[in-house]
Design a protein around this ligand. Structure first.
Ligand SMILES: C[S@@+](CC[C@H](N)C(=O)[O-])C[C@H]1O[C@@H](n2cnc3c(N)ncnc32)[C@H](O)[C@@H]1O
Length: 278
């Protein structure tokens, strides 16, 4: 181990588990400070320029405050692209890529898609890229999230239309016009907060994460209802869900006269996606 990796590990070992310290050390050295991976594996000693010393100090300081590495770097990788992220927008999760893949695979001929609760725009922009003939619209209540989503749209040369809309309110006209509605809405209950890591709780937006314990499925009920007005006949609804509520979410859709309701597990074997046809 050289002086730099030793310093990083010692600074982080009381805060992060050993595997994460290892991964962070490699990421900081290779991807952020642009040091040679082989030199690091060989334990070769390296001198950092003054500027890189300062950069390293800043990274360590922020990590010690539990700031997610994606906010420190300013982007998160999602579906092979770099999405800008900052406090105020949820960091895209790998599970959500499964949702994007499923929607794209099953809707090659869709003309209009809507993403509700778009955050960084990761779902909407990825679908726009995968389905270049489709028109994608995306809503979020958060101005902060929309500003970042619009930057990602520009940076990634996508063509999504972003609108500020509170999906829980009722104050806009509704014309059936979408073939697909996809949503990864807030779904973490207040009760689940105590199991969450500080880097999520202290840094990611509450608005993107939490729902009240006494109404954890409020977004699904609302979007199921809205889908009956906004989806064209034969249109499809795709939800990312809280693993604890697969059956209950499916039940909401069945009660709203959707058919072919499916609960799909993620790569970890957990109920993660619910989909249905109008
Ligand atoms: C779980 S995050 C998903 C973000 C992004 N789609 C993703 O998968 O990474 C939920 C998003 O819903 C938005 N949201 C919360 N309440 C909303 C509401 N009432 N109307 C519209 N969007 C809302 C949040 O701002 C947040 O961006």
């Amino acid at each position: 181990m050289n002086r730099i990796t030793n310093y990083i590990r010692q600074s982080l070992q009381d805060i992060y588990p050993p595997e994460e310290v290892k991964a962070l050390t490699m990421l900081i050295c290779c991807d952020m400070l642009c040091l040679d991976a082989l030199d690091i594996y060989l334990g070769k000693d390296m001198i950092l320029s003054e500027c890189k010393e300062r950069e390293l100090e800043n990274i360590i300081f922020r990590l010690q405050k539990n700031e997610p590495i994606q906010y420190i770097r300013g982007f998160a990788e999602f579906d092979g692209r770099r999405f800008k992220v900052a406090p105020g927008v949820l960091i895209p999760r790998p599970e959500t890529m499964e949702l994007v893949d499923l929607v794209a695979r099953e809707n090659a001929n869709a003309c209009r898609l809507l993403d509700i609760g778009t955050g960084s725009g990761c779902i909407a922009i990825s679908l726009d890229k995968k389905l270049p003939d489709a028109k994608v619209e995306a809503w979020d209540i958060s101005e902060d999230a929309l500003a970042i989503a619009r930057e990602n749209n520009k940076e990634l040369a996508a063509d999504v239309t972003f609108l500020q809309r509170n999906v829980l309110s009722n104050d806009w006209g509704k014309t059936p016009s979408f073939d697909v509605i996809v949503s990864n809405p807030p779904y973490v209950t207040e009760a689940e907060k105590k199991e969450m890591d500080a880097n999520v709780l202290d840094w990611e937006p509450e608005l993107a994460l939490f729902v009240p314990d006494d109404d954890p499925l409020r977004f699904y009920r609302r979007i199921a209802d809205l889908g009956r007005e906004l989806l064209l006949p034969g249109g499809k609804l795709y939800f990312e869900i809280n693993q604890a509520y697969g059956r209950e979410t499916a039940h909401i859709l069945e009660m709203n006269q959707y058919h072919d309701v499916r609960v799909i597990r993620d790569i970890f074997g957990k109920d993660r996606i619910v989909t249905a046809n109008r």
